[in-house]
Design a protein around this ligand. Structure first.
Ligand SMILES: NC(=O)c1ccc[n+]([C@@H]2O[C@H](COP(=O)([O-])OP(=O)(O)OC[C@H]3O[C@@H](n4cnc5c(N)ncnc54)[C@H](O)[C@@H]3O)[C@@H](O)[C@H]2O)c1
Length: 373
């Protein structure tokens, strides 16, 4: 059992990962500002894990439970200091951080670059500083396949060694955090640096491809604010009748059916990938892992439409529109390094993704509901 801090743990990937980590016997402190999530997600995680959700201030008035939720911002250095110091005072020092908190909408990042750099980079830097000050030097970081920019066809499936060419502020901010983590890993490689800082860093930079689907119970899933930016929640909202039709951007890409091809990974597979990365770091010497988390399988927009029609038994109306600037034709992972390093690979198919995503959407047509953030 380890005491873990999960930033952004109320969000889509964070909530599913919290469940998997609770089931693995870990004790979790979640820090989230609810800017894109609801505490209801964590109440449901607690229910699925057979525990209760404890709410606390950053000063933790009582010893943390299996699942403790603190409302706060990763950029708030005082909040971070209070959290690390109080956990230590209760004899449960934070041993590792899984860092999901951040802003993730590519289009919004182009409109609001200062906000994206502030939350994603400044927030991460403050968190790393607090960790360093409290001798907590194990982090699993949410990076993104967005770093690969427009992969050229000969680079697909994309290995971790492919050129890093972020093409928007979101990708650039993830790249900057990856660079900061690499600097920390490098400095802890030097004997004097280890002595000076009391120990080396254990870091996993996980580059996710397209996380989709939901827990098979239908109790937790993706609940985007406003109009979804991504294909999958959009399609499920069309299937349930919340939106009239899907817009398919381009049917003239150099792909088998002309629509864009992506690597969709079931969020439960992704959550299990985090568990394996964490366990690998906790058992090993200081090191840095950089791993693609994807299925290695490509599915086109029309493949997803067909799979969702089969899962929902409903027709999904769509309209073809011109290509969107900034999109790539194909983005598919080469996940063999994660298989080798973590003995992890995806277990769930596109059919499973659509079945579980549809179950979530049907049971929760308005997500976690209005007014409960
Ligand atoms: N979903 C994807 O397609 C995808 C792909 C690649 C990488 N990622 C990365 O994975 C991470 C999690 O993504 P997600 O899909 O679960 O997103 P999400 O928006 O559902 O979760 C992010 C969580 O962080 C919280 N948060 C945001 N800013 C915060 C702050 N300043 N302080 C505290 N909490 C804050 C939000 O309220 C939310 O609960 C993000 O860092 C994202 O960039 C996501």
């Amino acid at each position: 059992m380890a005491q873990l801090l999960i930033t952004g743990g109320a969000g889509f990937i964070g909530s599913h990962t919290c469940l998997v980590l609770l089931e693995a016997g870990h004790q979790l402190l979640v820090l989230d500002d609810f800017s894109n999530s609801s505490a209801v997600a964590l109440e449901r995680v607690a229910e699925l894990a057979g525990t209760r959700l404890q709410r606390a201030q950053p000063t933790l008035e009582a010893a943390p439970d299996a699942l403790t939720l603190v409302e706060g911002d990763i950029r708030d250095a005082q909040c971070l200091e209070a959290l690390f110091a109080s956990a230590k005072a209760f004899g449960l020092p934070i041993q590792a951080v899984i860092h999901f908190a951040g802003l993730k909408a590519v289009g919004e990042s182009v409109q609001q670059p200062l906000r994206y750099w502030d939350v994603n980079l400044v927030g991460s830097q403050r968190l790393l500083r607090a960790m360093d000050q409290h001798n907590c030097r194990t982090m699993v970081f949410s990076s993104s396949a967005t770093l690969y920019g427009y992969p050229s066809p000969e680079q697909v499936p994309i290995p971790e060694t492919a050129p890093i060419k972020p093409i928007n502020p979101y990708g650039a901010s993830k790249h900057a955090v990856e660079a900061l983590l690499a600097d920390l890993a490098r400095c802890s490689g030097a004997a004097e640096a280890i002595q000076a800082s009391g120990g080396g860093w254990r870091i996993a930079r996980l580059r996710y491809f397209n996380p989709v689907g939901a827990h098979p119970s239908g109790r937790i899933g993706e609940d985007p604010n406003g109009i979804p930016n991504n294909l999958f929640p959009f399609i499920t909202q069309v299937a349930i009748g919340r939106r009239p039709e899907l817009t398919v951007f381009g049917d003239d890409w150099p792909t088998p059916d002309g629509t864009g091809v992506r690597d969709y990974i079931h969020v439960m597979d992704l959550a299990e990938g985090h568990r394996e990365a964490l366990h690998s770091l906790l058992r090993a010497d200081p090191q840095m892992l950089t791993l693609n988390l994807g299925s290695g399988q490509g599915a086109s927009v029309l493949d997803v439409v067909k799979a969702m029609e089969a899962a929902s038994q409903r027709a999904i109306p769509y309209r073809i529109a011109p290509r969107r600037p900034g999109d790539a034709a194909i983005s598919v992972a080469n996940p063999s390094l994660a298989a080798q390093q973590l003995q992890w690979q995806t277990q769930r198919s596109l059919t499973d993704i659509c079945r579980d995503g549809w179950a979530w959407q049907q049971a929760n047509p308005n997500g976690y509901g209005d007014g409960c953030r």
